[in-house]
Design a protein around this ligand. Structure first.
Ligand SMILES: C[S@@+](CC[C@H](N)C(=O)[O-])C[C@H]1O[C@@H](n2cnc3c(N)ncnc32)[C@H](O)[C@@H]1O
Length: 239
C-alpha cells in the first residue's frame, strides 16, 4: 500500500489527523522538501527511513520517473510507505505520474488530501479567497510557463486569480495581464512562505507589484492573489 499524503503549506500543525497518524506509522517516507520537512521532523517515527526527492537548498530534484520507480520499489518490498507532498496532492504535484506507475505495478493506493497553499495562503495573510460581493469565483493557475496560459480568458473568467509558481515569472505574468482588460489598479497580494516563520506579504496594484517586490530577494515560494479580495484587510481598516 502506498499512502499519498498532503502535508499542507508548511506549518506542521496544518496537517490532517489522518496525515499525522500515517506519518507516525510509516516505515519509509518519500517527501518533497517544500512544505514537508517540519512535518516529517515533528510527526514521523525516528526509526523511519526518510528519502528527500526535492530540490531546494541547492540540490537537484530527482527526475519524476526516478521518483515513480523509487515509490514502486519500496512498496513492492511490503513496507509501509508514505509519499508526502506539499500542500494537497491534487494541486500541481505530478501525482498522476506516480498513480500510473503504482497502478502498473499493482500497488494499492490511498490518497489523503492536504491543505493546498492556494487556499491557505490568502487566509494566512489575513483575507478570504471568496467574498459574496467582490469574489464569487476564483481560478488557480500554474504560472510556471506564462506563455502557456490564456491570460485573457483567465482575466475574464473569474473574479480572482490565484497563481502558483509565479515567483520568478512575476514580471512576465504582470506584463501579460496588463495586456488584458484587467484594470492596472487591480489589487494584488504576494504571500511568501505562508504559514512558515518567515512569512511575508506584499500588497500593491497590478501595475506596481513588480516594483513593490523588487528588493525582496527570491520570492519563491509564493502564492500571488490578483483580485479585489486581495485588498480586503486594507478596506476593513478604512471603515
Ligand atoms: C509545485 S507547486 C505545489 C503546490 C502544492 N501541491 C499545494 O497544494 O500547495 C509549488 C508552489 O506552491 C506554492 N506554495 C507551496 N507552499 C507554499 C507556501 N508555504 N507559501 C506560499 N506558496 C507556497 C508556490 O507557488 C510554489 O511555487
Amino acid at each position: 500500500m502506498c499512502h499519498i499524503v498532503g502535508s499542507g503549506p508548511g506549518d506542521p500543525e496544518l496537517l490532517t489527523v489522518k496525515a499525522v497518524r500515517l506519518l507516525k506509522e510509516a516505515e519509509v517516507i518519500i517527501y518533497d522538501d517544500l512544505g514537508t520537512e517540519a512535518a516529517v521532523e515533528l510527526h514521523a517515527s525516528p526509526a523511519s527511513e526518510r528519502v528527500c526527492v526535492g530540490k531546494r537548498g541547492g540540490r537537484r530534484s530527482a527526475r519524476q520517473a526516478d521518483i515513480d520507480d523509487l515509490l514502486v520499489q519500496h512498496c513492492l518490498q511490503g513496507r509501509r510507505v508514505v509519499r508526502l507532498k506539499g500542500g494537497c496532492p491534487s494541486v500541481f504535484s505530478r501525482v498522476g505520474s506516480e498513480l500510473r506507475a503504482l497502478a502498473a505495478a499493482g500497488v494499492p493506493v490511498e490518497l489523503v488530501p492536504g491543505v493546498s497553499s492556494a487556499l491557505a495562503a490568502p487566509l494566512l495573510a489575513g483575507f478570504p479567497l471568496t467574498d459574496t460581493a467582490i469574489g464569487r469565483s476564483f481560478v488557480v493557475v500554474s504560472a510556471h510557463n506564462p506563455k502557456e496560459a490564456d491570460w485573457e480568458s483567465l482575466a475574464r473568467g473569474a473574479d480572482t486569480l490565484v497563481l502558483l509558481m509565479a515567483s520568478s515569472n512575476l514580471p512576465e505574468v504582470v506584463e501579460r495581464l496588463l495586456a488584458t482588460p484587467l484594470p492596472a489598479e487591480t489589487p494584488v497580494a504576494v504571500v511568501h512562505a505562508a504559514g512558515l516563520p518567515e512569512q511575508r506579504v506584499w500588497r500593491a496594484a497590478l501595475d506596481g507589484v513588480v516594483q513593490a517586490t523588487a528588493d525582496a530577494g527570491p520570492l519563491s515560494p509564493s502564492v500571488v492573489v490578483i483580485g479585489r479580495v486581495a485588498a480586503l484587510p486594507e478596506q476593513a481598516w478604512q471603515q
